[in-house]
Design a protein around this ligand. Structure first.
Ligand SMILES: C[S@@+](CC[C@H](N)C(=O)[O-])C[C@H]1O[C@@H](n2cnc3c(N)ncnc32)[C@H](O)[C@@H]1O
Length: 376
């Protein structure tokens, strides 16, 4: 069971937020980008460094279609909403501090860099020193590095479970471990929607990575479309599906640029009841299409709105970005959803320290911003 709570101090909130962590992205150097309007920084695949695209190749392409002019009332707002988890399944955050976090992933205790942890750790240093895996490397948040295994050499993967779904934890070269556990609160919310619906919901998971959200949705009874640009990530997602013997569940695994995919779905008139979108700051499609969050997010949300079904239950955006406050994505979401009724709730995803026993609440570690439209 997910231990999480929502805190909603008020209708309106003051202020923006500080720096957010970034995550890695896939892609290859671009030959003919589909929706780029300025060159992106180099991005990294899960474990592979990716070369800088040639500037001329990415600088000129125009957007695929103009933004829709929206009218009608903006949805009601609920801000700030802090979606907090105290761990779930095989995961909890044990402690944090001194720019690091100590996490439990199934049998392993793992130490990784965490720029948000400005405070001193709560637990004694021998607890940290006894970790099973420590990521050492580039202090840049997207930097490459390597894993050190102080107790014994560990394999690349190990089995984990979250929200009843089996998948593999994985030591990747960019410090990630095959899952972003702060997303559990969104996944638990989605699972509830799918289980409560009296019809099979259609769920679209954009930038789906290793597919845990897709598996959670499918296990709950949804028909899922999972889109990611990285062949490697799709391969890992399929491995996860096989691990949980979930091959029969209706999941379409699509290796494609997310923007290209939704543009096509819009042309075809496809509709989805729930859309999860978790874009990186920079990324590349399989054919070098450049994704740049600050350039492309408005159009992406605009198209997502068009492919929401008339009885849609949610459009959920997560952003790991250093330049934005949650108000940036909140107001964009409200503009995009003008005339749709419902409410837009936005804030941060945080993980609460849970101590060695996984049950002792400590400090809150902020991981990302989110904004979601819901019909009520
Ligand atoms: C931050 S991860 C998403 C994590 C996932 N939602 C989860 O919580 O497990 C970003 C993913 O975006 C994918 N990606 C990057 N650029 C893309 C693009 N242009 N189109 C589709 N997927 C892309 C990467 O391959 C990566 O798997």
């Amino acid at each position: 069971m997910v231990k999480h709570r929502e805190s909603r101090p008020g209708q309106k909130a003051a202020g923006g937020l500080g720096a957010k962590s970034r995550r890695d992205m896939p892609g290859k150097p671009s030959a003919k980008p589909a929706h780029a309007s300025r060159p992106a920084k180099p991005s990294r695949d899960h474990g592979e460094r990716v070369a800088e695209p040639r500037e001329a190749a990415v600088a000129s392409a125009a957007p695929e279609r103009p933004l829709t002019t929206r009218s009608g009332e903006r949805p009601v707002e609920r801000v700030p909403v802090i979606l907090e988890s105290l761990g779930a399944g095989d995961f909890h955050l044990i402690d944090s501090g001194n720019g690091l976090k100590l996490e439990q992933y199934g049998p392993y205790r793992i130490v990784r860099p965490e720029a948000q942890a400005l405070w001193p750790p709560s637990l004694a240093s021998h607890v940290w020193d006894n970790a099973d895996a420590i990521f050492t490397g580039d202090t840049d948040e997207d930097g490459m590095g390597r894993w050190r295994f102080p107790r014994e050499a560990l394999g690349e993967t190990w089995p984990l479970q979250l929200l009843g779904v089996d998948f593999l934890g994985r030591f990747t070269a960019f410090r990630h471990v095959g899952v972003f556990p702060e997303q559990i609160v969104h996944w638990a919310w989605m699972k509830e929607q799918v289980e409560a619906a009296k019809r099979p919901l259609k769920v679209l998971n954009l930038f789906g990575y290793t597919g845990v959200a897709s598996l959670v949705a499918a296990a709950a009874g949804a028909e899922v479309t999972h889109v990611d640009a990285s062949k490697k990530a799709i391969g890992w997602a399929r491995e996860n599906q096989a691990l949980g013997r979930m091959e029969k569940l209706p999941i379409r695994w699509i290796c494609e640029d997310a923007m290209k995919f939704i543009l096509r779905e819009e042309r075809r008139g496809s509709k989805y009841d729930i859309i999860l979108t978790d874009p990186p700051k920079f990324g590349r499609g399989p054919n070098g299409e450049v994704w740049h969050l600050f350039e492309h997010l408005p159009l992406m949300l605009d198209i997502c709105r068009e492919i929401l079904s008339p009885k849609a239950l949610g459009l959920v955006l997560t952003a790991y970005s250093i330049r934005a406050s949650f108000y940036s994505i909140h107001e964009l979401m409200r503009e995009t959803m003008r005339g749709a009724g419902g409410a837009v709730e936005s804030g941060e995803l945080v993980i609460r320290e849970a101590g060695l026993d996984g049950r002792t609440p400590g400090r809150a570690l902020s991981t990302s911003l989110f904004s979601r439209w819901v019909p009520k």
